[in-house]
Structure formats: structure tokens, C-alpha cells
Design a protein around this ligand. Sequence first.
Ligand SMILES: [Zn+2]
Ligand SMILES: [Zn+2]
Ligand SMILES: [Zn+2]
Length: 523
Amino acid sequence: MTEDSTHGRCSRCQTNTATHMCEDCGIAVCSECLETKSTDYVVCGECHATLGTPSPEEDFTECPECESTNLCEGKRTVDICPSCHSTRVVLLEERRRSLALGMRHAIMAIQYGHTKLREYNNKLRTAKRHLVSLRMANFLHYKWLEEKIEAIDGEIPAIKTRISSQAEIVAKKMAAETKNLIDYTLWTTPQFPFIEGVTNRVTEIGNYYKQNVDEALEPLRTTLKEVKKQLDGIEYYKNQFSLFYEHGQLAVGELPVCAMPEIRVTGSDFLKNEKATGALFLTNRRIVFIAETGLVRKKMESVFDFPLMYLKSVEEDGRFRKRLVLKMKQGDLRISCSDQTMKILPDYIEIARKFDKYIQTDMQRVRKLEQEETNISDVRLKIEELVYSLLSTSTRGYEDAPNPRSVDSYRKRPWAERGLGEIPYGAGYAGRDEFRDRLEQSFGRERSDWSHISDPTKRRNLESLRRDAESINQAIRETVRLLRDGRLVAEDFIRRYKDLMRDSYYNRREIDRLSRQTRTRYW
Ligand SMILES: [Zn+2]
Ligand SMILES: [Zn+2]
Ligand SMILES: [Zn+2]
């Protein structure tokens, strides 16, 4: 990769190396051949605000920012294209950089697959935990919540396969589009418009993939959204019930059903406090009303507390201002409430009466749901590997047969060195170097010829694996410490500890395998 072959000569003087290009007519010139244009502009002498260039009709007299009249003139010189006199002249290297970034960005669209999968998985995990916490608090509503979650859990493996095999197909298409173009240091200036076209096509391929991922996840997301809505509803009742627990408690076998705030008792045939505003609580056994009573010394108290059996029926009453009439064994009880509550209260009373039919009784099933976590790191690794091999000039070096690369070039990885940003490998404790080492090692496994020649790589792999082992050990110690400090609950501790142990196991196995191989080669 010599300067000349990539950068080319200035199209004006034909001697210097071109450093700039015109975005309008596309020519590449050297800085000496660039022409300049200077414009006058006015700047405030007090606050240094730039007022711009006055048009022929107007004349600046004072600064719009600070009203100073101390205005100065300045001269601004800009480069212009010697051919078309456009001011849109850019540095060649900058243009190359932004084109390279564009292509890179387009390729990285494949990461959408595991990012969205992870997002979904996190939401699912949150929903499961939420469900467990509600169940533990004795809110056992809607046994179909478990069924729904089990169903979407069951679909995940197929969707994971779909997302990762689609990624593979898309990566192949992207590889074909960017064939021989991935090393941006080799792009020539006349190639730039073509590169832009390639990036556009890669972007399209990426968009198609994104659409596909969304379609795959859509049904699961919809179900999860429904589940979440119901969980939030139950959560709401759970929060409302804290008022209930301040004034009473549930009997053995009694379960909370729902709570409706801002209910006003407007009249009754038999109550002492026949006007009060408060919250109505339904359990599977009782109907309880807790409200503020007393005119002078106000206090919250239970205004009535009846077995649900005493409630004979609920009727609507009133022509203009609608009321609900609770027909109790002792007589009528009129309440007013929001339209929403008025609509749902009769339904909830029915649910409360037949609550047995709605509740989840199998706590094992609930626990099991929470424990069954879908692991998506395999998809993530696969996709990161695809992205890496698409972007890496080393793994794709074999493509440019007419221009064989020196062995060294793959170590340089111009992508990274030019500070184009990090490739988000995302691995827990593996830095980018370790990650590359691992990848190179896995590529090496496929191309056995290569892996057996390069001793240093192998040695480095071993080193990086040992470094990993050290970080895993550190993470284990850290986890134990967090548990001792009480900053980690037992469940999370177990989960994290198990993961780390598994990582540690694989790491050790890999070290063993590699050191065995290294040895056999010397024998
Ligand atoms: Zn020149
Ligand atoms: Zn031009
Ligand atoms: Zn000013």
C-alpha cells in the first residue's frame, strides 16, 4: 500500500500528491493548487459575536448581542475548487474517514439482531421477576400469566435460530458487496462515489435484516406487553393494599383481589358514618371500606367490613349522576365513583366471588419460570464474530489475491488504529485484544495450516486466557464481597456465581487444550 497508488497525484499540477477533493466536481488536488476566496465579515469588538457579511443594502451599526457600536471588520479565507470554484472542498483523508465510518456503521447493523434480542430478554426477565414478587405477596391473580410466559419462553429457541441464521445470510451478502473494499486505506479517490453506493446497498441489506428481526420478535413483544400490562394492574392493587394492612389483616386463605380508591359512600340504610370518601377493598372473602371519618378530628378507619356473601347484587341508579347501589343483606348502600370504577367494579366482584378459578396455585411453576433464563450470548458471540470478520482486513485478506498482504497488516488493524472508535465486543471481561486473540484462535482452528505455523499467536492466546482466568477470579472475589456487604441478594449472588464458575470451567478447559497442543507440536 504505497502513498501513490492510493492517494494519486494532483490532477492540476500532476506532481504533488493530492490532499484535497472537491465534493461538487470530484477532482483531487494538492494544497498548492487549491484556490482561495476571501470574504469580509463584521465582528463585534466588545463581545466578539460574529455579525456576518453585510448585504449591499444593509449596514451593521450595532451588535445585536450587546448593542455595542464598536464593530470591527475581519477577513475570512476559504479554499475553493480550482476547477468549479465550489467552496465544498474537503481533506481527502477526512472524506475517506467518513466514508469508512459510513461503511462500518452500515455493516454493524447486524448487531441489531442480538441487541434487540437482549432488550426483549431483559424485559422478559423483568416481567418474570415482577410476577414472582407479586405471587410471593399473595397476589395470585390470573393463572394464565404463567401460561403466557411459558409459551413465549418456548418460542425463543426458534427465534434465536432465525435471528442468527438470518445474520449469517446477511453477512454473506454484505461480504459480497464489500469484497476487496474493506481496507479503506486502499481506496482511491475516483473510487469514492462507488464506495458510497456500496455503503448504501449495505445499509439497505442491514435495514432488511432489522425489519426481519423486528418481525421475528413482534409476536413475543406483543404478548409480553399484555402480560406487563396485567402485572402493572396487579401491582397497582398491591400498592393500594398497603392502606388495608394498616387497618386490618387477611385471614388464613384469604387473598387480595382489588382495591378502588376515591370511592364515596353517599348514603345507606344502616351505616353509622353514612358519608365518607375512601378506598374499597375486595378480597376473595370480604368487601371492606376504609375512609376518613370525623368532622373535627379526622382519622382513617374501617367504615364497613362485610363478608362477600352478604353482597346480593350491584345495581346502577340515578338518571344524571350515576350511582352504584350495593344491595347488602342489611340493606342498600349507595356509592359514587369514577366512570371507570363504575364500569369495572361489578366485574371485579364477580371475579372475587369465583376467585379460585382465576388464581395460580402452583408456586413451583412460578419459581421454575424465573429460573429458566434464556441465554442469548451464543447469538451475540456469533453475530459479533460475523461483524468482526466482515470488518477485519486480516480474515478477508485472502480476497485480494492480486494484492497479497504482508503478514503484518492484520496485526495493525487500521480500523482500530485510526481511532474510528471501538468495536463493541461486549464481552464481560475480555478486552478488545483478548477478544481478537480468541477470534484469531477460532479462525485458526478452521484453517489448520495457519494455526500450526504461528507459534507466537498460540502463546499469546494462552497468555490472554490466563489473563481471563485472573479476571474471572477477581470477579468471583468481588461477587463474594458484594454478598458479604449485603449489596447483592442471595438469588443474584447464586446466579452470578454460577455463571462465573461456568466461565472459569471453560476457560480452564481451553487453557488445558491449548497447552496440550503446544506441547504436542514440539514432540
Ligand atoms: Zn497540484
Ligand atoms: Zn470542483
Ligand atoms: Zn457585541
